[in-house]
Design a protein around this ligand. Structure first.
Ligand code: NAD
Ligand code: IPM
Ligand code: MN
Length: 352
């Protein structure tokens, strides 16, 4: 089977981790006898520099004809002037909207070795296995934005239909896990949250009566994630809350550099990216952790290409690397390896 993967390295550490992902994809093709065509394209600051556009039409075309899209990260101080006309992040948001990837899956299952580097007590991390389902194409990210003199507005908007479709995705995923969904909102204050709460409740009652549902307010959830993370399973939430809570949840697993994500819609190519950003503070030094991106390759193989055996092999190779303490500097200062060494270790393991 020939599959096409669009590769968008982006900015900062994005290109550094994507070089490793590319080598891994090639290794999967060799070991499992597949034919993957990789097409690279510009996004974010790199695309602004080349074309004054964070998502040039040529990049959209590459993504639309691909079976899946793998993205590094976008953004950085060079393009962060608050008065800038275009920003790298706009390219990413437009890509998510163009591909219609409304459900962003962010699994958090701390590896025992990496969890040692978490500031949290080991006993709190026992049995933690979370799946965040973050709504990705609505909410305050996509509502109307405007300035009126000294006043600024960002509208938060959600429709019933937008909530229904992501709830169904979360429910199907919950069926394959413990059958429990924690829906996180701010229904004591926000009208959009009240719409979420009633819609999630109705969809689960009418269509998924086998799924247990609880509602938790987002401020309390921020605390529960650090005090009793093992009590949750699927966590369903809107766009902005999901963004913030998943960076927080990365602390459970020891580093931002370990969390992958899959963004899925109905039909078109899925989008796969590490949850971290372009890490300008360490970019260009060859020390970024590539594992979140390599694990995103596993999600791509599983969800967009239907290659579960290959996905499991990639996940096992990364897990073996952690077991063997092949760790980058975000996890350890002693005997830390470079991005290239970590990537090469995983590729070698996969090829065995
Ligand atoms: P960040 O995620 O880039 O970095 C936060 C901290 O985590 C930094 O100290 C960084 O060094 C560290 N870190 C992140 N990924 C790492 C990795 N793989 N290995 C080792 N350390 C890692 O967040 P930020 O600094 O707030 O944002 C920087 C830029 O990235 C901003 O322009 C932001 O908009 C952008 N961003 C992009 C994405 C994306 O493209 N999906 C996601 C988040 C942030
Ligand atoms: C993420 C990032 C993005 C988001 C930014 C870069 C637009 O933080 O993927 O988590 O907020 O969704
Ligand atoms: Mn984020």
């Amino acid at each position: 089977m020939k599959s096409t993967i669009a590769l968008l390295p982006g900015d900062g550490i994005g290109p550094e981790v994507c070089v490793q992902a590319r080598a891994l994809i090639d290794a999967v093709a060799t070991r499992f006898n597949h034919d993957f065509a990789i097409e690279e394209a510009l996004i974010g600051g790199a695309a602004i520099d080349a074309h004054a556009d964070p998502l040039p039409p040529a990049t959209v075309a590459v993504c639309e004809r691909a079976d899946a899209v793998l993205l590094g990260a976008v953004g950085g101080p060079k393009w962060s002037d608050p008065n800038a006309r275009v920003r790298p992040e706009q390219g990413l948001l437009k890509l998510r909207a163009t591909l219609g990837v409304f459900a962003n899956l962010r699994p958090v299952k701390p590896h025992p070795v990496a969890a040692k580097y978490s500031p949290l007590k080991p006993k709190l991390l026992n049995g933690v296995d979370l799946l965040f389902v973050r709504e990705l194409t609505g909410g305050v990210y996509f509502g109307e934005k405007r300035r009126e003199g000294d006043v600024a507005f960002d509208a938060c908007r959600y429709s019933v239909q937008e909530v229904e479709r992501v709830t169904r995705k979360a429910a199907l995923l919950a069926r394959g896990r413990s059958g429990k969904i924690t829906h996180v909102d701010k229904a004591n204050v926000l009208e959009t949250s009240r719409l979420w709460r009633s819609t999630v409740t109705r969809v689960l009652r009418d269509e998924f009566p086998d799924i247990a549902l609880e509602h938790v307010l987002v401020d309390a959830m921020a605390m529960h994630l650090l005090t009793k993370p093992a009590e949750f399973d699927v966590i369903l939430t809107e766009n902005l809350f999901g963004d913030i809570l998943t960076d927080e949840a990365s602390v459970l697993g020891g580093s931002m550099g370990l969390l992958p994500s899959a963004s899925l819609g109905d039909g078109k190519a899925g989008l796969y990216e590490p949850i971290h950003g372009s890490a300008p503070d360490i970019a260009g030094r060859g020390i970024a952790n590539p594992y979140a991106t390599l694990l995103s390759v596993a999600l791509l193989l599983r969800h967009s290409l239907g290659l579960d055996r290959e996905a499991v092999a990639v996940e096992a190779a990364v897990s073996d690397a952690l077991d063997a303490r092949v760790l980058t500097r975000d996890l350890t200062r002693r005997n830390a390896v470079s991005t290239a060494e970590a990537g090469a270790w995983v590729v070698r393991r996969l090829a065995e």
